[in-house]
Design a protein around this ligand. Structure first.
Ligand SMILES: Cc1cc2nc3c(=O)[nH]c(=O)nc-3n(C[C@H](O)[C@H](O)[C@H](O)COP(=O)(O)OP(=O)(O)OC[C@H]3O[C@@H](n4cnc5c(N)ncnc54)[C@H](O)[C@@H]3O)c2cc1C
Length: 440
């Protein structure tokens, strides 16, 4: 019986960062769509709730539940590649790194990736996960079609033509519009990137930011607070063969990266007054100029960092500099010690209702910090800046506001709720997070 499956004896869920834990009523790992249908119908009939978890790599409480927790770890195969059409169809639980490897072996790649590839395909889609490059949308925008088990236990195959409203909603669905069981997404012939990295002073970087964004396929900026320095990473497609791999990958291969990095974070957490000096040390060690050519995924992805906390907001692209200046003022005036980088990335506009990049080119501004006594005041301050500037939250990262603020910043918020009413009338897929951000 699904609701009393063997997996149900394993009662706790904890996310990757360790900042979200919950005790679900049951944990389930079905291996077929038919089992998902049976589970949804049973949960609905009992008036209970159900949440799907991917790889548990969100900082927000988006995947947590005291109802039933369902994993697609047994539905994690690549189903079909159509290289001519440039599409790949996967079972939704497949991890990004497995998909990347599968595609590479067949001379293909995803057009863009974020910093890591540990997440599940359905998980990244459901939160609007992105890489960087103002000409390329987030991973949700690469979706061509989805298969969903809805809140009524029906199976729906949705694409742009079959149900435009559901398609606009379900590509960033927050796990609230059903269990995604399969996804078809766009892929491209494998490519190499020429990456160059250099350091600028904070003000210099702000002056050059918009023109650099226009000039490069993929560009990101890492500002290490208290140092006044910003490291630029610019990558462009090249026919050249790989030359060497990033310093960070090489240090990671040596096994030193994580313990050293975790040690520095831990020290800053215990003695926050040391953070500015530690940041200077990190900048001097890591912020080095370099250039290299490598496979796209090895340029996009970085080694897994040690545990830390993240908040992130999607600003209108043209607000990037002002938002960064306000963050610097927040840190200086409130004397907040920040022991992690602030990351600035750019994403193309899309047409997905709850995507942070809906209808506008966006600057994704990520505020990161280790577990220090000031993490919460830092995130609250950054969030105030975000709301003042009409920015939108990254659903997988920390923020505190609720449905009224979401209605302000997502023009199709109420359309999303209408679709949810149709797809999940009994709110089978609700949890504390969705009750806060979508309303009950
Ligand atoms: C180290 C690290 C680096 C990161 N780097 C980036 C980055 O570069 N760019 C970026 O944008 N984000 C980044 N993130 C955030 C991360 O990509 C998102 O939080 C993502 O959603 C996590 O995917 P997951 O598979 O772990 O999903 P989970 O966190 O497990 O779940 C996220 C949401 O997806 C839903 N979901 C999962 N599977 C299904 C399904 N089959 N059907 C319906 N709903 C489902 C869940 O219900 C939940 O609502 C990073 C996170 C970490 C920990």
């Amino acid at each position: 019986m699904l609701l009393t499956s063997k997996a149900a004896s394993q009662r706790e869920f904890c996310n990757w960062a360790g900042n979200q834990t919950c005790r679900p009523a049951g944990i389930h790992m079905p291996s077929s769509e038919a089992e998902f249908v049976e589970l949804v119908r049973l949960v609905r009939a009992r008036g209970q709730t159900l949440r799907v978890v991917g790889a548990g790599h969100s900082w927000s409480g988006i995947a947590c539940t005291d109802g039933h927790l369902v994993s697609l770890d047994r539905m994690a195969e690549v189903l079909e590649l159509d290289a001519d059409a440039g599409t790949v169809t996967v079972e939704a639980g497949v991890r990004l790194h497995a998909l990347v490897d599968y595609l590479l072996e067949r001379g293909m790649a995803l057009p863009n990736l974020g910093s890591v590839a540990e997440q599940s395909v359905a998980g990244v889609i459901s939160t609007g996960t992105h890489g960087t490059g103002v000409g390329i949308g987030n991973l949700s925008s690469m979706v061509e079609s989805l298969r969903l088990v809805t809140g009524t236990g029906d199976i729906v195959e949705v694409d742009r033509e079959s149900d435009p409203a559901l398609f606009a909603a379900a590509r960033v669905g927050l796990g609230s519009l059903g269990i995604i069981t399969a996804v078809t997404m766009r892929c491209v012939p494998a490519f190499n990137l020429y990456e160059r990295s250099w350091t600028l002073r904070f003000d210099e970087a702000l002056c050059q930011m918009q023109s650099l964004v226009d000039r490069h396929d993929h560009i990101k900026f890492w500002w290490l607070p208290h140092t006044g320095r910003i490291q630029v990473f610019a990558a462009d497609r090249t026919p050249r063969e790989p030359t060497r791999v990033k310093l960070m990958h090489r240090i990671d291969d040596s096994g030193l990266l994580k313990p050293v990095f975790a040690g520095v974070l831990g020290l800053g957490g215990r003695y926050p007054e040391m953070i500015p000096a530690l940041n200077w040390l990190v900048a001097a060690t890591y912020f080095a100029d370099y250039e290299l050519v490598d496979r796209s995924h090895r340029v996009f992805n970085l080694p897994m960092p040690p545990s830390h906390l993240e908040a992130e907001f999607g600003f209108a692209r043209e607000d990037a500099e002002s938002a960064l200046e306000q963050m610097r003022a927040l840190i200086e005036w409130d004397q907040i010690r920040v022991n992690f980088i602030t990351e600035v990335r750019f994403v193309a506009a899309d047409d997905i209702w709850l995507s942070p990049a809906y209808g506008r080119e966006s600057c994704q501004l990520g505020a990161y910090i280790g577990e220090t006594p000031q993490w919460r005041s830092y995130f609250e301050g950054v969030e105030q800046i975000a709301w003042r500037m009409g920015a939108r939250p990254h659903w997988g990262k920390t923020f505190f506001a609720g449905a009224e603020q979401m209605r302000e910043v997502f023009p199709h918020f109420d359309d999303f709720l209408e679709v949810r009413e149709r797809i999940d009338p009994d709110r089978v897929f609700s949890n504390a997070f969705t009750r806060r951000v979508l309303g009950s």
